[in-house]
Write a protein that binds this ligand. Structure first.
Ligand code: MN
Length: 742
């Protein structure tokens, strides 16, 4: 605290500490600063600045991650044991064991001997050793990765917070890489890209991962970096104006559906654009158009609600939807991802997540501590992740040498993860036990679906082959794309698939096949019903689906096929929509008649003179019966009328029912059946039961086949549909359908 410059930095740090830090927390940070400042007082960075500037910068990055006060204190002290006369015992006495162990972890991370090169001195840039040339070959890369992962996992296993400090350290070193001798820059940059960015990714600390990647890329491939950065800058005003417009539009749209959303443009990361260009073999022109926004909504149901609104407003781009809420990524990342064709018909990427998911995606494991501190309780996944890391520390002491240790790690400690290379040299991080199929799905869903075999390190392997760290895997694809996975892949006894993610994608594929089948069956059932009803020619499926609040006919067919919807409901809704639109029936309304008996309709008495009996005065709704009189047609009695109960002439009784005082429509129907006794009476009883009048019947016999043509009076299509189905179910019926009008 001697120079104004350094006192400015500590003041700045203290200002930026998380608000909830207590006075004691702040005091701890302040004391750590004082000790570090004094210890490093004579040292300078390559930039010529006092060394303490680096320590404060690291602490500031940690403070942004909102880690605990001990971690920030350890961040300030992280280079003291390595570079000054301060000992671990000093730290223990002064700051307690947590700070001591954290600093010890960071120091060890720097000092572990290399596997292939023996002891060499590390510099302040961590694992970047002097004659450690850029890895061009797989073998080299494997060495570096094994080695650094070993260090990394030891450190993380003891206390994952060591890794936070290491990452913050690396981040500041990358920011000041310009001051390093030129021959070291590229190497450190490569190491950052290959190891530290993936570790940040593994821990889910995306904030740091992206910054590390862009910084490292600018040194590793300065030409490409400048080119992309330049192109991005050129289009910036236009892009920002567009994003503003999109943001306003989205907020308004979601608000109209009662979804409160915070919309932000997603910053473009140069390295991720570069990777995308490489991966998709596209030019910048093709990827720069990809615009991206992020929605933050209150809770998980709102995520899906917002997705629904977006997918119904704009056309989703097939294959771009990923549900990382239902199936989180291996680093616990959760979000919905989709891409749609926006108003201007150009793609727009959209991520949807809750505030908690957002916190995790930015700070990963670090966020976990925050939640725990905030009393929200730990996350089971994180807990088991951390404890599996811890278990490997015991192994460290047992291992006789570094080589053996790495081997043990591969077998046991990495029961957590294996790191696999793509043919291009990208590292893919998978759980141990992963197979080529897991790898394929991790690279791309389509590669997974079409995976038929694999080369591991140039050799053909079977699909249940367990991948090891350092393996280079090339997937053999089905000669014709568009194939699918095998059911066997889901059989856990065969051990073909290990990851949850691959499993979910395979299941989705089968679900989709099932959906396709259900869709086909639903469509066929509806079409055949409509054909029976003679409606197949003037039906608009789009309109039908909309009237059922379904997005499109496909959804309607699917719902019919999987039983979520019945044909009856479809028809009912359809009829309601069409209301008294006689178009459905295509009848001449004047041909519609009703039988009036004292202005009340009774069915079953078509064409017969009838009257209400004076003895019992039936009223609509009473159970009634017709009595055929001599010369006066029929009288209608209540079934419990004493006169009816006493009659002996049962043959005079007629089954009748109350009609509806609604309009009915005459509909010609055709019935074909193998003749049998009682066929016609069965049909007529059924119609009476349904309160349907028959206004005309013709019977035509050809050999043993009866051809019946009836004109029946029905209220609506649903009634017609039900009656046709019931007739169809009578014995001996071969065919029944409506005779098409005209
Ligand atoms: Mn450092």
């Amino acid at each position: 605290m001697k120079s104004t410059q350094s006192s400015a930095t500590i003041e700045d740090l203290l200002k930026r500490l998380p608000e909830k830090f207590t006075a004691a927390d702040r005091e701890l940070v302040k004391r750590a600063y004082q000790v570090a400042e004094e210890a490093h007082r004579e040292q300078k960075r390559h930039s010529g600045e006092p060394y303490i500037i680096h320590c404060v910068a690291v602490a500031k990055i940690l403070s942004e991650m909102k880690v605990q006060p001990e971690v920030i204190a350890a961040g300030l002290l992280h280079d003291t044991v390595e570079d000054t006369s301060i000992t671990l015992d000093d730290l223990s006495r002064e700051f307690g064991d947590t700070v001591r162990n954290l600093v010890d972890g960071v120091t060890k991370l720097t000092h572990l001997p290399r596997v292939s090169r023996g002891d060499q001195h590390a510099e302040d840039n961590g694992a970047a050793e002097e004659n450690h040339s850029a890895p061009a070959l797989l073998g080299r890369k494997e060495d570096i990765v094994s080695e650094t992962l070993r260090k990394t996992f030891i450190a993380m296993g003891k206390d994952v917070r060591v890794m936070f400090i290491k990452l913050a350290d690396r981040l500041h070193n990358m920011r000041t890489l310009d001051y390093m001798p030129e021959h070291k820059r590229k190497r450190i940059a490569k190491e950052t890209l290959e190891i530290f960015a993936p570790v940040a990714n593994r821990l889910g600390i995306w904030q740091i991962k992206w910054v590390l990647e862009d910084l490292a890329f600018s040194y590793d491939n300065p030409e490409k970096y400048k080119e992309i950065a330049g192109l991005l800058a050129e289009k910036r005003p236009e892009r920002e104006a567009q994003l503003e417009e999109i943001k306003t539009h989205l907020v308004k749209l979601l608000k109209s559906h009662n979804i409160k959303a915070e919309v932000s443009g997603r910053p473009k990361h140069i390295y991720s654009i570069y990777k995308k260009m490489q991966k998709k073999g596209k030019s910048f022109d093709m990827v720069r158009d990809i615009r991206a926004v992020r929605l933050i909504v209150a809770d998980v149901p709102s995520c899906y609600a917002a997705l629904g609104v977006i997918h119904t407003t704009w056309r989703p781009i097939p294959g771009e939807f990923d549900d990382y809420i239902a199936a989180p990524k291996n680093n616990f990342y959760q979000s919905l991802h989709t891409a749609i064709f926006y108003e201007d018909k150009r793609p727009l990427e959209i991520q949807i997540r809750t505030p908690a998911m957002h916190m995790k995606s930015e700070y990963g494991v670090a966020a976990h501590w925050r939640y725990k501190e905030g009393g929200k309780g730990g996350d089971k996944n994180y807990e088991s992740f951390i404890s599996s890391l811890r278990s490997m520390v015991e192994m460290e002491s047992e291992a006789r040498d570094a080589n053996e240790f790495v081997e043990t790690m591969r077998q046991d400690v990495f029961q957590d993860r294996v790191y696999i290379f793509t043919p291009r040299g990208d590292i893919i991080d998978l759980p141990v036990g992963s197979t080529p199929i897991d790898f394929a799905y991790h690279v791309h869903t389509d590669i997974g679906h079409n995976c038929r075999g694999a080369h591991v390190n140039g050799k053909m392997v079977s699909l249940d082959h367990k991948l090891k760290t350092g393996d280079q895997v090339e997937i053999i694809l089905a000669p014709k794309r568009g194939g699918g996975p095998s059911r066997d892949w889901l059989n856990s006894h065969l051990g073909l698939v290990q990851t949850q993610r691959a499993r979910a994608k395979i299941k989705t594929w089968f679900k989709k096949q099932e959906d396709d089948l259900n869709l086909m069956q639903g469509r066929a059932a509806l079409e055949s019903e409509l054909q029976k009803l003679g409606l197949n020619e003037n039906v608009n499926f789009e309109k039908m689906a909309r009237s059922l609040n379904l997005k499109n006919p496909e959804d309607m067919f699917l719902a019919l096929g999987n039983g979520d919807l019945t044909i009856n409901k479809v028809l009912k809704q359809f009829v309601q929509e069409e209301e008294a639109d006689s178009d459905i029936f295509k009848v001449n309304p004047s041909a519609a008649t009703a039988t009036a008996t004292d202005a009340i309709e009774v069915v079953g008495l078509k064409g017969m003179l009838s009257s209400m009996a004076q003895c019992c005065n039936p009223t609509p709704g009473d159970p009634i019966v017709g009595y055929i009189t001599r010369g006066r047609g029929a009288t209608i009695h209540r079934q419990d009328c004493p006169n009816i109960l006493q009659t002996k002439e049962h043959e005079r009784l007629l089954r009748v029912g109350w009609g509806r005082s609604e309009r009915t429509f005459p509909v010609p129907i055709y019935i074909k059946a193998y003749d049998r006794p009682g066929l016609v009476s069965d049909v007529s009883n059924l119609l009476t039961d349904e309160n349907i009048n028959i206004t005309d019947v013709t019977v035509n016999m050809t050999e043993a086949v009866a051809n019946l043509r009836l004109i029946i009076e029905v209220r609506d299509i649903t009634q017609l549909s039900r009656v046709l189905t019931r007739i169809d179910n009578l014995p001996n019926i071969m065919e029944v359908h409506r005779v098409k009008p005209g």
